[in-house]
Design a protein around this ligand. Structure first.
Ligand code: PEP
Length: 254
């Protein structure tokens, strides 16, 4: 059985003072030896703070993006190797906000994923359809295109990575996918990968993201192909995030 993973995506939020109280509240509530993994993906500027507060705990940390480049004349970029130097566990790549606001194409996302893997991180590869795509029945073709971009590098690219299904219409909108919608999409993603690498697909963590809260986490995470969540807004509220993690932990214990 795959154990569950809960990852917070803080987006462009936080301050040294606010992070300190949030991280310390998480530290108190997420014990070592839990069955579900827990991590927070923070703005680059706060990686050192996350490391300093969380080191030695059960909670991992990481970034919300990384450069596709290793080094050089790329003003404003942060390489995956730099992210890894802070002891990070993850880098999110291909979040829909990066795809839509910052123009990350499938090809760029795959390069970022490869850079994160090369740096020893477990990249979180986000995919998902817009509302318009869902309404015109294009959900599966969009997911197939996004997943195939990575599979084109060889299915082994997914080894050590994590996929997050995040329907764009559910991110930050308060409109959560039903557990049946999440399961259907995530079974499709796993099946697509299984066609190339059956055993790897069976082990691959696939998270759901999109308005997950304490009130809906258990139902979503109970789905057979939902291995936890990528949590935006609710990850900024310690009790809410901890309670989401507890749902995952209970389900991981079986
Ligand atoms: C996200 O940022 O990945 C996300 C899922 O956001 P929210 O939980 O706020 O919808």
């Amino acid at each position: 059985m795959r154990s569950k993973i809960v990852v917070g995506n803080w987006k462009l939020n936080g301050s040294l003072a606010a992070n300190d109280s949030l991280l310390k509240a998480l530290l108190k509530e997420v014990p070592t030896g839990g069955s579900a993994a827990c991590a927070v993906c923070v703005p680059y500027a706060y990686l050192a703070q996350a490391r300093d507060v969380l080191k030695g705990s059960a909670i991992g940390w990481g970034s919300q993006d990384c450069s596709r480049f290793d080094q050089g004349a790329y003003t404003g970029e942060v390489s995956a190797k730099m992210v890894a130097e802070f002891g990070s566990r993850h880098a999110i790549v291909g979040h829909s906000e990066r795809r839509t606001v910052f123009g990350d194409t499938d090809a760029i996302v795959v390069e970022k994923y490869a850079a994160a893997k090369k740096a020893g991180l477990a990249p979180i590869f986000c995919v998902g359809e817009t509302l318009e795509e869902r309404e015109k029945g294009a959900t599966e073709s969009v997911l197939a295109r996004q997943v195939d971009a990575l599979l084109a590098k060889g299915a082994s690219a997914l080894e050590g990575g994590i996929v997050a299904y995040e329907p764009v219409w559910a991110i930050g909108t308060g409109k959560t996918a039903t557990s049946a919608q999440a399961q259907e999409a995530q079974a499709f993603i796993r099946g697509r990968i299984a066609a190339k690498a059956k055993e790897l697909a069976a082990r691959l963590p696939i998270l759901y993201g999109g308005s997950v809260k304490a009130a809906n986490a258990a139902e979503l995470f109970a789905m057979p192909d939902v291995d936890g969540g990528l949590i935006g807004g609710a990850s900024l509220v310690a009790q809410e995030f901890v309670s989401i993690w507890r749902s995952a932990d209970r389900l991981s214990k079986g």
